[in-house]
Structure formats: C-alpha cells, structure tokens
Ligand binder design. Structure first.
Ligand SMILES: CC(C)(COP(=O)(O)OP(=O)(O)OC[C@H]1O[C@@H](n2cnc3c(N)ncnc32)[C@H](O)[C@@H]1OP(=O)(O)O)[C@@H](O)C(=O)NCCC(=O)NCCS
Length: 149
C-alpha cells in the first residue's frame, strides 16, 4: 500500500466506490451522480487547501483519503473499494496520512454502526467525543472523533 497524489484518471474509480450500496450504507452517506461527483471533486476536494491522496494497492486505485477545513475544524475522510476491505489498508493509509496532515486536533465524523471505520480511527489514536455526537433525521447517530495533539 502506498499513497500518491490524485490524478484525473483516479476519479472514475472513486466514483464507482461511492456507488457501492454496501459501502454507502456503512458510511451512511448519499451517493452522487457522475457529473455532480466529478464537479465536487474538481472544485471542492482537489484544491490546494486540502490534503488528498490516492490509496494504491498492487498498482490499483484502492481508494482515497482526504482532509479539509470545515467550520474552523480540520476533518478527514477516506473510502476503500470493497474488493480491498479487510486487509488493513485503511489503517495503514490513515497512519501514513497522519504524517502528511500535521493539523491537530484532527476530526472525523462516523456513523455509529460503521464499526470498521471506528476501529480504523481508534487504532490511529482517534477517540469519540460523546458530547459532540449528533443524531440525524433518519435516525443515524454520527460520532465525532478526535485525534488530539
Ligand atoms: C471502513 C473502511 C474504510 C475500512 O477499511 P478496511 O481497509 O477494510 O479496514 P482495515 O482492514 O484497516 O480494518 C481495521 C479494523 O476494522 C475492522 N473492520 C473493518 N471492516 C469491518 C467491518 N465491516 N465490520 C467489523 N469490523 C471491521 C478490522 O477487522 C480491523 O480490526 P482489527 O485490526 O481489530 O482486526 C472501508 O470498509 C470503507 O471504505 N467503507 C466504505 C466507506 C466508509 O465507511 N468510509 C469511512 C467513513 S467515516
């Protein structure tokens, strides 16, 4: 596994990953149609203020990891294609990414049923901040997790 800068050719892979129903349920995340997805990535994700990397496994695009600023806080998100799950890829990607993204505290929002992602974050030092958890209209509870200095 290694991280590298994102190229335009990676975007169709990320697009397919975020159309996977199993992954969408896990992340409790709405999918985007192709045009909206590409526009979002080109104008909101791939900008100099963010740190974004492609996760590469055996020369294949396995996913991405990214950080951005929101309401004065630095957040991270990642997504791994289902064919690469369960091999420690997300844990390794996040560990490496934390060396590229020095901001602390660093935060992640994760659905309380997303045990895999919670585990990835915990293994990398993030902890749940119970007082900042949020319940959405659809009943999903979102945990706010923080990596302190
Ligand atoms: C969540 C996700 C990133 C996990 O990626 P991964 O590469 O499979 O994770 P890892 O292999 O590094 O697993 C880390 C730990 O989580 C556990 N885990 C991973 N997926 C799991 C699952 N579905 N259920 C239970 N445990 C799980 C692993 O067993 C491992 O625990 P261990 O070290 O104690 O054995 C991946 O499933 C994914 O991208 N899902 C869709 C998008 C998403 O949810 N993104 C995160 C939004 S916050």
């Amino acid at each position: 596994m290694h991280l590298r800068n994102v190229t335009d050719e990676d975007l169709p892979h990320f697009f397919e990953h975020q159309r996977d129903e199993v992954a969408l349920h896990m992340a409790a995340f709405p999918t985007r149609e192709r045009e909206a997805f590409m526009a979002h990535w080109r104008t909101k994700v791939l900008i100099p203020q963010n740190v974004t990397r492609t996760i590469v496994v055996d020369e294949q695009v396995a996913g991405y990891i990214s950080s951005w600023e929101q309401n004065g806080e630095r957040l991270i998100a990642y997504w791994v294609g289902r064919e690469h799950w369960g091999q420690g890829i997300a844990t390794r990607a996040l560990s490496e990414f934390l060396a590229l993204e020095p901001t602390r505290p660093l935060h992640a929002c994760v659905a309380s049923h997303n045990v895999g992602s919670i585990r990835v974050l915990e293994k990398c030092g993030f902890r749940v901040e119970p007082q900042q958890n949020a319940q959405h209209e659809d009943g999903v509870v979102e945990l706010f997790m923080t990596l302190k200095a």
